[in-house]
Design a protein around this ligand. Structure first.
Ligand code: NAP
Length: 306
């Protein structure tokens, strides 16, 4: 297939580009800069110049493709709601071009949009969390209603030794504060997947996914937050401490909401429907190899000593 990939230069998108090319697909990668275009060409993809806010560039890219995988996103958490609304418009623009054609559109969401503390969320659970990211799934439903073949990919913390989703920001917080923290007993759970397993699942969803399906790219259903905090403590060589709910904002800042969440997720239906078997190492193994800790732990130790 000739596949348009938005976010093709990103952490997950670049792995998807490689996965698609290795499987014999042709990739048209969205790039907004010369550097992005260059990296796509080096990866063996073709380049489609465009911007998430330039809807015409998205429409022309989708018109040239047999299918679209949408992973582009503006990760500026200081204007997160606006970024989610830009995502809504982008999905609506891509979906409008594909409607009625049977050509698949895979959009990206997060497992956090649907979670019920104390039980595993599944692919059957509709979004139930009042988070701005719900916009992505609302847009998917809207274009589906207009006849587009859309599937939603819900991502947990996606990791390799370079990046680990929101945990990358937790590491920065622990470095800044000189302690790695969890809330209460730290038994609240975050699901996780290795970056390459997530990329393979996007390909399977593109090749054999069903319209209207939600897929949970979950390899580990729920890693206790305390274990994550302990891995960060080991990596940075800083103490690991429990914080109360009242102390959460002062330590975690904008991450306080997430740090409190218990959001275990299942991928049983995804595995059954797409024959997906995650193979990558687990989150804690990747954290124990995290590049973020290399040569920086000394800096933290020095900062704490001064
Ligand atoms: N990583 C995770 O653990 C995780 C967890 C849950 C959900 N997700 C979701 O998964 C998707 C991919 O995440 P990621 O970690 O791969 O993100 P990322 O590494 O930040 O990549 C974002 C991609 O979007 C592109 N982009 C940003 N602003 C753009 C704009 N204005 N116009 C065109 N392209 C633009 C970036 O291009 P440049 O290279 O030019 O910057 C890059 O290719 C996102 O929807 C994200 O919210 C990720």
């Amino acid at each position: 297939m000739h596949v348009l990939v938005t976010g093709a230069t990103g952490f997950i998108g670049s792995a998807i580009v490689q996965e698609l090319i290795n499987a014999g697909h042709q990739v048209l990668g969205l790039a907004r800069s010369d550097a992005g275009a260059k990296s796509l060409i080096a990866a063996g993809a073709q380049v489609h110049r465009g911007e998430l806010e330039d809807l015409e560039s998205l429409r022309s890219g989708a018109a040239a493709a047999d299918g679209v995988i949408h992973t582009g996103f503006i990760h500026d958490f200081s204007r997160f709601t606006e970024a989610c609304e830009i995502d809504r418009s982008a999905i609506e623009a891509l979906g409008a071009v594909l409607a009625g054609s049977g050509r698949p559109l895979i959009v990206t969401s997060a497992t956090a949009v649907s979670h019920t503390p104390g039980r595993l969320t599944t692919e059957e659970d509709a979004p139930n969390s009042p988070v701005p990211r719900v916009a992505s799934e609302e847009a998917a439903a809207a274009v589906m209603a207009r006849g587009a073949h859309v599937a939603v990919m819900r991502l947990p913390q996606v990791h390799d030794p370079v990046k680990q989703g929101l945990i990358t920001y937790l590491i920065a917080t622990a470095r800044e504060k000189g302690v790695s923290a969890y809330l209460g007993d730290g038994l609240n759970r975050w699901p996780a997947v290795h970056r390459l397993d997530a990329a393979r699942l996007y390909r399977l969803a593109l090749e054999k996914g069903s319209a209207g399906a939600r897929y949970n790219a979950v390899a580990e259903e729920g890693v206790p937050f305390r274990q994550i905090a302990e891995a960060i403590g080991r990596g940075l060589k800083v103490p690991v401490v429990a914080k109360s709910a009242e102390e959460a904002g002062a330590h975690f800042g904008w991450l306080a909401h997430f740090a409190a969440l218990d959001m275990p997720a299942s991928s049983a239906l995804t595995r059954e429907r797409l024959g997906w078997r995650p193979k990558g190492v687990g989150l804690i193994s990747d954290l124990d190899q995290a590049r973020d800790f290399e040569s920086r732990a000394d800096g933290v130790a020095a900062a704490r000593a001064s």
